[in-house]
Ligand binder design. Structure first.
Ligand code: CMC
Length: 431
């Protein structure tokens, strides 16, 4: 039981709240009013910052549900665009909704021609995430607050339109980032191709030659997008919600999410996995590398392992491992030395006391980099395509946040700086 911080020792009444599944939650909203104290939870590991009906994660059991559907079933039976619709609308699309959504995505996949000019301002060797973040924020100037009402609130119609536009335009933007960095002609989306096929088409086709989709690779890419579509209140999603709570336009919110995703502890991890595999070299390098991880001296971590929420195998990691085998078999790369190294590294870690005692398991990023590299996508583009996929989740979470009208996000700090003091008389502008 909590008591007031003063001498009265009066009890404080905090209600508990029940979710549909998962542990109950203590409603802290009355804490300061009743007790005059705040809660301290750096990193928000014990704090639910919102109510959400989109994604449920049970980290202890390794369960991931989107709107109640297990990720394994969605990965097997649905397409990425079905999942994007599901996240935003709560149900899988029926046949009519599916056709209309896909037509809408196709119609909105083009970028304003002036956006080509944005790219000329970037160095060709800039990190693709820098270009994605910049150009995405720049889209605000074309599609920003056109649907805002007189009080500059984003109307429900604009919410729907922005959701569609963002999901539709991200692959084009992502592909153009890649094409610009290589000095290749920018390719337009092609009607008749699926979302995943269009991603590959805009990345790899050339104007002068016909391009045929490999259905195994396209389906694999579609499933990779599904596995990255949403993951609850992670850093980038919380960023999107926080920025969105100010009422700013959705392109700016998603650009903020992209910036958050860029970090190696979040979306940048699959790129870091490949760098790590390159650094280890061969299976002979594993013991030395593991020693460095265990020593914890130079901060070396086994990238693609560990998760803030999952204390059992990330369900996405098992699915990703399967896709990895399928793609490498299709490309005749079953004996890829990098895959062999990754498998051995995973096996070594899963049997190592350091990882067992800390409950560290492979996460979604451990195998995704190997698949994407095998498909010909350079590692600097991995996080860009993570962002393409996560846009489906970000816009759904942004919409849900606006519909719940939560007020502006504003955490507090436990202040540990100097108490009040005066600027020394000797300091400052003379006279
Ligand atoms: N390799 C070695 N040790 C690790 C690792 C790792 N990958 N992850 C955690 N640890 C250790 C850590 O050093 C600490 O040890 P000790 O208790 O002795 O100090 C203990 O495990 C707990 O770690 P933590 O950093 O407090 O745990 P966290 O929940 O804050 O970190 C994480 C989660 C994902 C940032 C971390 O596991 C990590 O850095 N992993 C590698 C990067 C990575 O793969 N990121 C992708 C995350 S999944 C993608 C997504 O969903 O966004």
């Amino acid at each position: 039981m909590l008591c007031k911080a003063d001498d009265s020792a009066q009890p404080i009444h905090l209600d508990s709240m029940e979710g549909q599944i998962g542990p109950d939650v203590v409603d802290m909203r009355g804490l300061y009013k009743q007790a005059g104290v705040f809660s301290y939870d750096p990193g928000f590991a014990n704090t639910a910052a919102c109510q959400s009906a989109i994604t449920y994660i049970d980290g202890e059991e390794g369960i991931l549900l989107h709107r109640g559907y297990p990720i394994e079933q969605l990965c097997e039976k649905a397409s990425f665009t079905d999942v994007a619709w599901l996240l935003s609308h709560g149900e899988l699309p029926d046949a009519r909704q599916k056709v209309r959504f896909e037509q809408g995505l196709m119609a909105e996949a083009h970028l304003h021609e002036q956006i080509r000019n944005f790219f000329n301002g970037f160095r060709r060797d800039s990190h693709p995430m820098a270009m994605l973040c910049g150009t995405l924020a720049g889209l605000s100037s074309f599609y920003g607050n056109q649907g805002a009402d007189q009080r500059h609130r984003i109307t429900p119609e604009e919410r729907e339109m922005s959701t569609l536009r963002l999901v539709a335009k991200m692959p084009t933007l992502a592909a153009w980032v890649y094409r610009y960095s290589r000095g290749l002609p920018l390719i337009y989306p092609r009607p008749g191709l699926s979302y995943a096929e269009n991603c590959l088409h805009m990345l790899f086709s050339m104007p002068e030659a016909p391009w045929a989709v490999n259905p195994v690779l396209a389906r694999a890419f579609d499933r990779i997008l599904i596995l990255h579509a949403d993951h609850g209140q992670n850093v980038s999603t919380s960023t999107v919600r926080t920025v969105g709570s100010t009422g700013v336009n959705p392109f700016a919110c998603i650009a903020a999410g992209v910036a958050a995703l860029w970090g190696p502890a979040h979306g940048g991890a699959n790129e870091a996995v490949l760098d790590m595999l390159d650094e280890i070299g061969t299976v002979d390098g594993i013991p030395d590398f593991m020693n460095r991880v265990r020593n914890q001296k130079d901060g070396t971590r086994l990238m693609g392992f560990g998760h803030r929420v999952y204390k059992k195998l990330d369900p996405r990691a098992g699915l990703m491992r399967r896709i990895c085998h399928e793609v490498l078999a299709e490309l005749g790369m079953d004996h890829d030395p990098r895959l062999e190294l990754a498998l051995k590294l995973e096996e070594t870690a899963l049997n190592d006391e350091y990882f067992i005692s800390r409950r560290l398991y492979p996460n979604v990023d451990f195998y995704s980099g190997i698949i994407l590299r095998a498909m010909g996508i350079p590692s600097s583009m991995f996080t860009v395509f993570f962002a393409v996929a996560r846009t489906a989740g970000w816009v759904a979470q942004w919409k849900e946040m606006l519909e719940s009208r939560p007020g502006i996000s504003r955490p507090r700090a436990l202040y540990v700086g100097p108490t009040r003091r005066d600027v020394p008389p000797s300091y400052g502008v003379e006279g």
